[in-house]
Design a protein around this ligand. Structure first.
Ligand code: ZN
Length: 451
């Protein structure tokens, strides 16, 4: 409860009382979750390069905002340690991890690195790259272990959520796929994992890793037009083998706005959760789906994005909450601070940001928590189109026929055993993807808009 003092009250607070007054107010709810926050400040010190849109500094801004609102008081805080080489090799190939460990900007052979490991403008070699990847992955694994042990109901790592990274190399600013590493751990203890991705871009790395299993359902909402990075994520990618229908893709056009996004999100997630009956949920909360993102093209405001997170929380299942994309640092940090409050069931005051906030000048000219980020991009999602998306996905969900049963004595692997036909189909899909990727590499970002 927040304390509000007026002139008419007989009790006048002294400075100390005022300083200790919470800046958030507790919302009443029967559903009280134990929330933990996993962060290592070092992760924000790395630089992809001066012109690169990914700025790890956004994580420091987020942490400052969370602290300025005193949200650290309502959660368990953990300073995390880096993931080990062995932990990262649970998904990534040893050759790739060893390459990351050895390479530096001075020693890199650019031609070889580009050919063998997809190193280039999007995924450059920078100082401390291996430490950076192990740092954010270590935070996700720490958050995962707190869920597994039952210490936390919800664990948050805003430095994680790097959903594009592949087994053999980086992709789309992502080097280590902390999400896949976390899900692999969760599969040791939980029968079914639901992965939800509300980043602007398709969660291709996670989808690919679990494309053949019915124990992980992946569901990604993203912009899709066939060329926009990573150029995957159309309806027809539904999984193969035992994983058929356990990959859901919601392809959206430019400019979707709050009401329709939240409505569509809820109308798709409700039947998926009822039908799949996940035992744990991993939500990737990429902030590039906000309006005004440097690489974005949607019109979402912070409250709408947060409403999706709140909706998933309302099912009362254990949740791992991760960051992801987001290229306008001030809005990334606003969003993730707002979502930290949402997950803790507290409300932040409307109005100006706290005076104690470091780097407050970054948040001008409005210095508020909720600037209007909508209406900048023409909305190309007609009601008819969105309805067709909804119907098509509900039809896919109907094929699930309830939750699959799981033999928990089976050791989890990223790839379930495939028949020869399925192997051939997966190989063909991968080859087609690689061909497509080469073809569109230069034009892949044509759909991006800057504001
Ligand atoms: Zn993204």
């Amino acid at each position: 409860m927040s304390l509000a003092f007026t002139d008419t009250e007989t009790f006048t607070p002294d400075t100390k009382t005022k300083d200790n007054t919470p800046l958030y107010s507790q919302l009443t709810s029967s559903n009280v979750s134990h929330v933990s926050y996993h962060y290592n400040p070092e992760v924000s010190n790395y630089h992809y390069g001066p012109h690169h849109p990914m700025k790890p500094f956004r994580l420091l801004l987020t942490d400052h905002l969370v602290s300025a609102y005193k949200l650290h008081e309502v959660m368990d805080l953990y300073q995390t340690t880096p993931a080990s080489k062995e932990q990262m090799m649970k998904f990534h190939s040893p050759e790739y991890i060893e390459f990351l460990q050895k390479v530096s900007p001075d020693t890199v052979n650019r031609a070889t690195a580009s050919r063998e490991f997809n190193i280039g403008d999007d995924c450059p070699i920078f100082d401390g790259l291996y430490q950076y990847g192990s740092m954010y992955s270590g935070s996700s694994l720490d958050a995962t272990s707190k869920l597994i042990s039952g210490i936390s109901d919800i664990s948050i790592n805003w430095s994680g959520g790097l959903h594009h990274a592949k087994k053999y190399g980086p992709s789309g600013f992502c080097y280590i796929n902390d999400i896949v590493l976390s899900i692999l751990e969760l599969l040791k203890y939980y029968p079914r994992v639901l992965y939800i991705d509300i980043d602007l871009h398709h969660g291709d790395g996670v989808q690919e890793a679990f494309y053949t299993t019915d124990r992980v359902m992946t569901c990604s909402f993203h912009k899709y037009n066939g060329t926009f990075f990573p150029a995957t994520g159309n309806f027809n990618e539904v999984g193969i083998g035992r994983g058929k229908n356990f990959a859901v893709n919601v392809p959206l056009r430019d400019g979707i706005e709050d009401e329709n996004y939240v409505k569509l999100f809820k109308s798709i997630m409700e039947p998926i959760i009822s039908s799949f009956q996940p035992s744990v949920i991993v939500q990737q909360c990429g902030a590039d789906s906000l309006g005004c993102d440097r690489l974005g093209c949607f019109n979402l405001n912070i409250k709408a994005h947060g409403a999706c997170v709140k909706y998933i929380q309302s099912f009362g299942l254990p949740m791992l909450v991760l960051g992801g994309g987001g290229y306008t640092p001030r809005n990334v940090s606003r969003l993730w601070c707002h979502e930290t409050a949402v997950l803790n069931n507290v409300e932040l005051p409307n109005g100006k940001l706290p005076d104690t906030l470091p780097y407050k000048s970054f948040f001008g000219p409005d210095f508020s928590m909720h600037p209007n980020l909508g209406d900048r991009i023409e909305n190309r999602n007609t009601k008819k189109y969105l309805e067709s998306v909804r119907i098509r996905i509900l039809e896919q969900v109907r094929f699930l026929n309830g939750a699959p049963s799981v033999r928990m004595d089976e050791a989890p692997t990223t790839y379930a055993k495939l028949t020869e036909d399925e192997e051939a189909e997966l190989k063909e899909l991968n080859e087609e993807y690689e061909r497509e990727k080469k073809k569109i590499k230069d034009e892949a970002r044509n759909g991006e808009q800057y504001c």
